[in-house]
Design a protein around this ligand. Sequence first.
Ligand code: HEM
Length: 458
Amino acid sequence: RKPNNFPPGPKWLPIIGCAWELSNLHKAKGSLSEVAQELALKYGSVIGTKVGRTLTVFVYGTKAYKELLSKDDLNGRPDDIFSTSRTLGKRREQKKFLMRHLKETVFNKIVLEEILAEQVHTIIHDIKKTIESDGVICITNLFPVHALDSIYILMTGDKCSDQEMEELHKVMTSFSENISSTGMLFSHFPFLRYICPDYCGYNTYVNIHKKILAFISKKVKILKEICGPQPSRGFIQAYLEKINSVKGQSDFSEEELLAMCLDLLAAGFDTTSNTLGFTFLYLLLHPEVQERAQEEIDSVIGKGRPPTLEDRPQLPYVESIVLESIRLITSRSLALPRRAIRDSTLNGYFIPKDTILQGSVRGTFFDESTGWKNPEVFNPDRFMKDGNLCIPDTFIPFGSGKRRCVGEIMARANIFLIVACLLQTFNFRSLPGSPPKADFAEDFSPAVKPFKAFVTLR
Ligand code: HEM
């Protein structure tokens, strides 16, 4: 039965709850974020549903979403089968340690520049090689290895060998293609894993996670053996040092370390490379935006040296392209699922303990009433005012509060540097007679379907 004052929403059927209606809406709309938008039009900004046995509340719209992010009672990690079967049991909250480490090491401007510049150089080298043949490049293939390498360096302090990268890339691609961040059939109907573990996705889910954890575990073992007294910039080494220093008298453990590295890979891999896919798709569809960015780069930097992170304040238009691409990709996804850790309220409705809350950032920056004009259109100028960068308060694509993205600094720097360096060196054009379509897929995070471009040296 529906709890008293539970948010309004679609009708609950016996056993499946609203699963049928949600699944049909998902097929019709293409992304869960658009499902939330559709439901919000009918029921308001907080929508109560039930999928299998799980109470799930969708949150859409700036006011309700901000209230959700601000309430500790509603920001717990889910502890259902979907969460626990991937990370070896319950999780403790050690995000502060990770954030402090990243701030002191990798997110230090000089280190970040060093990590990213080398990789951008490799991408430029690869593109130049293709130009020597026919200049036709599958754009969506350019970025995944690069994004993985950045996260690998963040974890280990070192570059990934070719052999390790082959292994990691294979398993992470399979992760992105087969696993949905918002749950799978077995997580909504946990009993199915005993009846049809292949069909409900349980076996795939567990096997892929086992492979990723085995990869990280192998690396942890190697780094443990060479762990020395000198400070290292890798997260794994910093964490191992912490375990040693507290000597088993705290929650720091190797299991927790593996789970945190898994989160970094899962959350940072295709979000970064897929955003770059979005960026270059829109640059092909809007050659005038590409030309204006190139004019900015030419006038501030010229061609004598590559752009650096120091140049960011002088390249507001390039920065606005990055923000607009992030706006468009995140508007197709939901924020991380949260769990009510005790009975609470949202927008005046009752939210029982253990309800799952799915917030949609789309509602915060696709809302014409809060100033986002023609939100479906790619328009970097919405982030510009009088020639300067201007970011509205309602733009929170990396979340805020307890569950906020830990990789924002790296992701924005990475995308900025790639866009600036590639546009300084190359022109990207549609293949004659076949401009790419704005065709989307839903991998672990939203993606554009693979597309090619004709690239020439400037
Ligand atoms: C354009 C790229 C990226 C986008 C758009 C993005 C976006 C997000 C969003 C929306 C969330 C959830 C926030 C919430 O629910 O309130 C999140 C969480 C997270 N992100 Fe990112 N992210 C990106 C890149 C990265 C990178 C490169 C890393 C790692 C280096 C990373 C690590 C994480 C982690 C670990 C979490 C989970 C935080 C938690 O559980 O508390 N992200 N990200």
